[in-house]
Structures are given as C-alpha cells and as structure tokens.
Write a protein that binds this ligand. Structure first.
Ligand code: ACG
Length: 476
C-alpha cells in the first residue's frame, strides 16, 4: 500500500507551521502502523508554488521542507521500516522563474530552445483538450507554450540537450537512494503539433521518450519503481503503463466511486470487467496503480456526501482488487475537500493531528476550511476510538497488508446477486471469494469456506454466514 504524502501538510518538524522532512520522519511510525509499505512524495524540489509542481531547481529540496540531508535521513528511516519512497517528478514544464526560462527570455538562444515559442499566429487558437483553456501565454511581447497555465512554461524535449538534462536529474535522485518516480503529466511531453497548430497528444513520441528515460534509470537501479500519471481512458493508460511498470488506473477510481455513490453493484461489476481487463488474462503486462482519490480530486468522504459506510465500502472493494493500491494522505481520517479547478488547495489541507488544530508537529500553512477543529476528525480523537472511521479504514488496510497476495491475483469472475457483489480471484491455483454487501440490511450467504471480515459485521453459523449491511468479507 503506497501513501500519497504532501510534505507541506503532513507534519512540521521545526515549528514554522509548514510540514517538512523532519516532521515526516517523526511520523514514519504512524505510517508503518497504518500498514503502509511505500510512500509517494508530492514534489519536494525548490518551487515558488505551494503544490511544488512548478520547479525552479530540479537538483534541490524546497528549503521550506528542509535540506538534502533531511531528505536522506527520511529516506534511510523509511527504508529501515521496509518502506520504498518514490518522488513526484514534473518534467513536463518548469516554473516561469526557473533560471533556464529567465535566460531564454533575456535572449540566450541555448536556453530559448528549451521551451516552445510561437511561430505562427494561428497557433494561438489552440486550446487545452479537456477544458478549452488557452495554451499560449505572453510575456515581454513573446508567446510561449504553457499547457498548465502561464506560470508553467512547457519544456521542449525535441532539444537533445534537454533530454540529457532530464536523465541527469533522474540519476541525481536515484543516486541518493530514492526508489523511483511518479512521472507527472506523462502524456503531455509532446502534446502540441506544429503541423496542425493544435493540442494533439503524440503518444508514440511520448512513449519513446519515456522508454529512453526509464531504461536510463534501470541501468542505475534495475528495481526502480515507476508509476505514470496518464489521466485518460483505459486504452490510453494501457499504452503508457507497460513502459513504466505501474500505471494509475483513473477509470477504476471513477468506476468504484460513481457506482458505490448510487449503490449500483451491477454497473460496478460491468465496469470492472472493462477497467481491470488485464487482470482476467494469464499475462499481466503491468500493474495497475489502484486508488480512489488523489490531490487533484474531491476527497472521498466529500464525494460520498458524508456517507462513511459508502466510503468504507469503496476502500473494501479497492483492497480486494489486484494491482498496487495507493491511499491519499488524510483519507484514512475521512478528511473533506471539494476539488476546485482554480484554488485546488481545498483537498490538500493540513493533516489534523490534534482536535484543537494546533500542537507539536501540526502544520498550519493554511486554515482548516474543510476540516475544522473540534469536529472529531483529528487523529488525536479517532486514533483512540475503537470504531472510529480511522480505525475501520486501518483495519481494511491491515487486511490488505496481511493478504498482499491479492496484488498479483487473477480475476476469475465478477457477479452480482441481490445487491451483493461477488468477486472470485485466483492465485497459484487457489480460489478466493470476496463478497461486498451493497444492501441496507444483512444478507445470509451459503458458507463456502472460512469467512474473514474485511469491514462491517459478520456472523458465522454451521452452514451459512450473515453479512451485515454495507459489509465486506473474504471467504476461502
Ligand atoms: C498533474 C498533477 C497536477 C499538476 C499537474 C501539472 C499535472 O497531478 O497536480 O497540477 O504539473 C490533466 C493532466 C494531468 C494533470 C491534471 C491537473 N495532473 O493530464 O497530468 O490535468 C481530463 C483529461 C486529463 C486532465 C483532467 C483534469 O483527460 O488529461 O488531467 O481532465 O481534470 C474522465 C476522463 C478523463 C478526464 C476526467 C476528468 O476520467 O476519462 O480523460 O480527465 O474524466 O474530466 C499542478 C497543480 C495545478 C497547477 C499546475 C501548474 O495541481 O493547480 O495549475 O500544477
């Protein structure tokens, strides 16, 4: 189970209210107690933005998060606890204040060729494929290509020197001992066509680029872990993921959330055949990075309109599916946060260690808007309450950790009978059945083996089991 960790919000080690490596290092015990075996750090490099996706120095740690030494200590301690650490690597663009861009603006041709500049006025008509935003920005009378907004000019990887620089950046972090990368915006490396003057994903060129970079990395660390962010339909996700080894399964996240929100197990079953298709065959080309939410999305409990049993059912379904599961920080507490495309820090709020919203390690870089103090949400309260939402999520994560074989299982069959989802899986010839009860009341199931509770309530009888409402169990 990987944990998507936003340093700024997680734990503050030096009392300045901003989360940092020192604080996160102190909280590694919390993560291993949760059952976490891997950490995905949101961008840690020097950046003027709170989210860190617009980098100003690819070879440094954001001073707000500490020093390179602090990062190495965090890494060593995480490794000592059996956790891998992968870094979020936004190579598609830089911040507008990156020295490369400033030199380019001042007319330095060597650096100009690291970015894309307007060559034909009709290119200005190009728009972002998913929301029609403009993609050309103007500064000092010049237009430059910036898909993610004026503050993040795209890098031009037609430039061979830049590709070599990208390899140097990855070598730098791998040589420090980091275990791999989450490659940001992987389908955007070549996503503007000079021929048509439009935004067009050039998937083949992108894949060749990533093949080159990941092969370079594997020479340094053959066991390096790569996961690609390709937020698209299953066939596109498939295209890229075999290069990286793990591909985030965005369609699965939607399938689980949308169908549990409306309690439609039949539609979920149908969707799973489609979005988990590679797990029905004998040869698994790559691992699905399975998840429910990330930092770009509305948080789970907000999505489920506060319905904890639906959120817990979503976690249960996720942990009974093959692939490599990722959990976004704070989801284990049921933090709230509605995604807003212009101010997306609502789902990046400080992790609430304390009920009153402040205390040792507590980050306070932004006010708690969606997760107010004294709401019973904090780890201080939930960590000590047996049946708290946190305790229930922790049990589900522990179930998966104990049954990590699920990650490599093959899906045999998915079926629904009176609103109960049956998921039959197989590994090394042994079949296991997972049952998820979508009903508002208990169901009596024929006992086909030993039943283990995943979440909710379960009673075992001679030849049957009673699975309470919105509960999940494993039978083998
Ligand atoms: C990454 C990071 C994100 C970061 C950047 C820029 C990129 O996670 O935090 O922004 O470094 C697109 C890109 C992603 C990008 C998101 C934010 N995420 O592809 O790489 O935008 C559609 C499109 C997707 C698009 C998505 C956005 O297809 O390409 O993602 O919309 O909502 C169905 C469809 C699926 C569709 C979805 C949603 O699932 O199948 O295709 O996705 O519906 O409609 C960071 C900050 C930003 C800042 C930026 C500079 O977070 O605030 O502006 O840096």
């Amino acid at each position: 189970m990987f944990y998507e960790l936003f340093l700024r919000s997680f734990a503050d080690g030096n009392g300045d209210g901003i989360g940092d490596f020192k604080g996160a290092t102190e909280k590694l015990d919390y993560l291993s107690e949760l059952g976490i075996t891997g950490i995905w750090l949101l961008p840690i490099m020097k950046s003027p933005s709170y989210h860190g996706y617009t980098v100003s120095d690819f070879y440094s740690v954001n001073p707000a998060y500490g020093t390179l030494e602090d990062a190495k200590v965090f890494l060593e301690r995480a490794h000592a606890k059996g956790m891998k650490v992968i870094l979020d690597m936004p190579l598609n663009h830089t911040t507008i204040t990156h020295p490369w861009f400033l030199k380019a603006l001042s007319g330095d041709n060597r650096h100009r060729s690291k970015y894309l500049w307007l060559e034909k006025p009709e290119w200005l008509k190009a728009r972002r494929p998913w929301d029609n935003q403009k993609v050309w920005s103007k500064l000092n009378g010049e237009y430059y290509y910036a898909l993610f907004g004026p503050g993040s000019p795209d890098l031009n990887y037609e430039n061979p020197e830049l590709r070599e620089e990208a390899k140097r950046i990855l070598s730098f972090w791998l040589s420090l001992g980091f275990d791999g990368f989450r490659f940001d915006a992987a389908k955007h490396i070549f996503d503007f066509s000079k021929e048509t003057g439009k935004c067009e994903y050039q998937h083949e060129r992108n894949i060749a680029f990533w093949k080159d970079l990941t092969e370079h990395c594997r020479k340094i660390n053959p066991d390096a872990v790569f996961v690609s962010e390709v937020w698209d339909d299953p066939d596109i996700v498939d295209l890229y993921s075999t290069v990286f080894g793990i591909g985030f399964n965005f369609p699965l996240a939607y399938a689980i959330k949308e169908n549990i929100l409306v309690l439609n197990p039949g539609k979920l079953a149908e969707a799973l055949y489609h979005v988990m298709n590679r797990y029905f065959g004998d040869e698994i080309l790559y691992a699905s990075g399975t998840f429910l939410t990330n930092h770009d999305m509305t948080r789970l409990l907000s999505y489920m309109k506060g319905d904890e049993s639906k959120a817990l059912l979503a976690f249960s379904v996720l942990t009974t599916l093959p692939g490599i599961p990722f959990i976004y920080y704070g989801e284990e507490l049921g933090m709230k946060g509605e995604y807003n495309e212009f101010a997306n820090e609502a789902q990046l709020e400080p992790f609430p260690w304390f009920e009153l919203g402040s205390g040792p390690w507590q980050t306070e870089w932004k006010a708690f808007a969606s997760n107010p103090p004294f709401s019973g949400l904090s780890y201080e309260v939930q960590g000590l309450t047996i049946h708290s939402y946190f305790s229930r999520v922790k049990n589900i994560l522990h179930f998966r950790k104990k049954n990590s074989w699920i990650g490599n299982c093959k899906i045999l069959e998915i079926k629904v009978k009176n609103n109960v989802l049956f998921l039959a899986v197989e590994v090394k010839g042994e079949t296991t059945l997972f049952v998820h009860n979508f009903n508002p009341k208990a169901v009596i199931l024929e006992k086909q083996g030993h039943a283990t509770l995943i979440n909710g309530e379960l009673s075992e009888f001679e030849n049957s089991i009673s699975l309470e409402r919105m509960s999940s169990a494993m039978i083998k």
